[in-house]
Design a binder for this molecule. Structure first.
Ligand SMILES: *[C@@H]1O[C@H](CO)[C@@H](O)[C@H](O)[C@H]1NC(C)=O
Ligand SMILES: *[C@@H]1O[C@H](CO)[C@@H](O)[C@H](O)[C@H]1NC(C)=O
Ligand SMILES: *[C@@H]1O[C@H](CO)[C@@H](O)[C@H](O)[C@H]1NC(C)=O
Ligand SMILES: *[C@@H]1O[C@H](CO)[C@@H](O)[C@H](O)[C@H]1NC(C)=O
Ligand SMILES: *[C@@H]1O[C@H](CO)[C@@H](O)[C@H](O)[C@H]1NC(C)=O
Ligand SMILES: *[C@@H]1O[C@H](CO)[C@@H](O)[C@H](O)[C@H]1NC(C)=O
Ligand SMILES: *[C@@H]1O[C@H](CO)[C@@H](O)[C@H](O)[C@H]1NC(C)=O
Ligand SMILES: *[C@@H]1O[C@H](CO)[C@@H](O)[C@H](O)[C@H]1NC(C)=O
Length: 481
């Protein structure tokens, strides 16, 4: 655990110069806005491949919590650090941290629950002849719905412990984390467990509380329900369904052969595969469903289904409408980073955000709790994970694609924006900087000229967020059409 407690204080004797490209500072605002918008419009306007830096996993331990394949369960992946945490350069001192975190592991939602049960019934009404499937006859489905599982609560608690340990220097009695949550019960419970972990790690010296619960019935920057036009088109697309037919076909054949008369179709198979992650996170123990589907090599295809679903849901693939839902949070982030009032005309609740009691500025520590679809929208609005259109019929470059939902929005996923004050001997690199980490991996930020350490000067970062600052260039208006 020693890497969790690395010190961020500059070494007094440090002479390492900070080299920060000022490339984009001074270019016209218009050019930057155009750049940011080009980046955002990537799926339609192909970007030169050299601009896309493929992330490489630098984690020393990528062992899944529940077996090796548990790092490729798409959005049902239990959190794992994608990279080891790397402290900022020693001449920098973090002075603010903003955490945007997905709720911990949950039970299946209502509609998938029905489909899982129906697929299971087809198998359980016939005699299973295949040995590797025998356990299915005796399997009882008894999972909850929608809510955080005990394992999900533990993940959130552990995240709170880690946040306290990593950012202890930012915490003081009158500077506790300011915590908000979207109003779904599992999100609220995640925030509660996070604060409990944070408090416990400090031996109850610092006991943050959940200060604001934002209703999902109104403007909510922590939920993706604010764009009516998009929620209309949110049902599983035909094209994504086509991928199910491609990757599950042999698996469906195997299951039907092992349970003669079951008559499963490929969609049934997709829901049966989901039993692996869901039963696992319900019981905090690897399910035998995982071993069955692992032996059938189902998970790479399952992961790619999740990748497609999110990419064309609230990610780059959803025109600008998906990313539009990430604008509100991004503008709140900019307000906090720059200590100025929120300027947003999209999904912010202006009553909450204009009140210092519900949207305080000038704090050192913010933690917000949310859903995966909103996180994807925020990544896309911010220009993270730029990815050319994903191919519906072939995950051609699955090994190297930057768009891996398991590494972007696993259960208890977190984006962390660190603001830091840096100095160097010459003084030329002095100033405020930011960097963005997703599940501990520091993200390249080419749109604000980030340097070898992936730091951006704060002003360049703000300018690079032109899409958000300009309400997506009118895109938000399409939401109410
Ligand atoms: C690697 O991570 C897994 C899951 O997070 C954990 O169970 C295991 O103990 C770790 N191994 C090492 C050597 O740290
Ligand atoms: C299923 O349950 C029955 C009755 O309890 C038992 O005899 C059988 O061994 C079980 N089968 C498996 C594969 O666990
Ligand atoms: C932690 O999550 C569980 C749900 O799994 C919930 O019942 C409990 O109230 C939460 N704890 C806190 C302190 O919020
Ligand atoms: C299904 O099996 C056939 C025959 O073994 C093989 O050619 C094909 O590549 C398999 N399809 C998939 C998606 O694995
Ligand atoms: C909700 O957002 C819309 C713009 O999208 C705005 O017109 C309205 O005033 C907002 N409501 C509140 C309470 O902030
Ligand atoms: C922000 O906080 C710092 C330290 O607590 C304080 O010195 C400063 O006056 C505050 N600035 C504003 C604008 O509130
Ligand atoms: C998608 O992949 C398929 C199969 O490899 C290929 O035939 C097709 O041309 C690809 N489509 C695009 C748009 O690249
Ligand atoms: C808010 O943002 C809009 C759009 O970028 C801009 O025109 C306006 O000047 C900003 N308002 C303030 C107070 O900064």
């Amino acid at each position: 655990m020693s890497h969790l407690t690395a010190s961020y204080r500059p070494h007094p004797q440090s002479t390492r110069p900070l080299i920060v490209s000022k490339m984009l500072v001074g270019t016209s605002l218009l050019a930057l806005a155009a750049l940011a918008h080009d980046v955002l419009a990537l799926p339609s306007a192909a970007q030169s491949p050299s601009a896309i830096r493929i992330r490489k996993s630098t984690a020393t331990n990528t062992t899944g919590v529940f077996g090796p394949d548990s790092t490729i369960w798409a959005e049902d992946t239990p959190y794992f650090p994608v990279a080891d945490y790397v402290a900022p350069p020693s001449n920098c001192e973090i002075d603010q941290v903003n955490i945007l975190e997905r709720h911990g592991a949950r039970y299946p939602k209502k509609s998938p629950t029905k489909k899982i049960k129906s697929a299971l019934k087809k198998l359980q009404k016939v005699t299973i002849t295949e040995t590797s499937m025998q356990f299915i006859s005796n399997f009882t489905y008894d999972l909850g719905e929608d809510d955080l599982t005990p394992y999900g609560a533990l993940q959130s608690y552990d995240a709170g412990v880690e946040a306290y340990q990593r950012y202890t220097s930012l915490v003081e009695a009158n500077g506790l984390p300011f915590v908000r949550a979207s109003s779904s019960q599992r999100v609220v419970d995640s925030a509660g467990n996070w604060t409990a972990g944070f408090a416990a790690a400090s031996n109850s010296v610092y006991t943050p509380v959940l200060s604001v619960i934002i209703s999902e019935d109104g403007n909510d920057t922590l939920n993706d329900g604010s764009c009516a036009a998009l929620s209309d088109s949110d049902s599983p697309g035909d094209q994504e369904a086509a991928w199910i037919d491609i990757y599950t076909v042999n698996i469906t054949d195997y299951l039907n052969a092992g349970a003669p008369g079951a008559g499963l179709d490929n969609t049934d198979t997709q829901y049966l595969i989901e039993l692996c992650p869901f039963v696992t996170v319900a019981n905090s123990e690897r399910s035998e469903w995982c071993d069955l589907f692992s032996s059938l090599d189902a998970f790479p295809g399952f992961e790619y289904y999740g990748d497609l679903d999110k990419y064309y849901g609230t990610g780059w693939g959803q025109g600008d409408l998906g990313p539009a839902q990430g604008i509100g949070y991004t503008n709140e982030l900019l307000a906090r980073l720059t200590n100025t009032a929120v300027n947003d005309s999209t999904s912010t609740d202006t009553t909450l955000d204009s009140n210092p009691a519900t949207f305080p500025l000038n704090r050192t520590f913010y933690a917000d709790f949310t859903h995966d679809d909103l996180l994807i929208a925020v990544y896309s609005a911010m220009g993270l994970f730029p990815t050319p259109a994903l191919n519906y019929s072939s995950p051609d470059d699955q090994e190297t694609s930057a768009w891996r939902v398991s590494e972007m929005t696993p259960f208890a996923a977190r984006m962390v924006v660190e603001r830091m004050s840096c100095s160097d001997e010459s003084g030329s690199g002095d100033g405020e900087y930011v960097r963005v980490l997703v599940n501990q991996a520091v993200q390249p930020m080419p749109s604000c000229g980030s340097d070898d350490n992936d730091l951006c000067a704060l002003d360049a970062f703000v300018e690079s967020q032109a899409f958000a600052r300009n309400s997506g260039y009118g895109i938000w208006n399409e939401c109410s059409d």
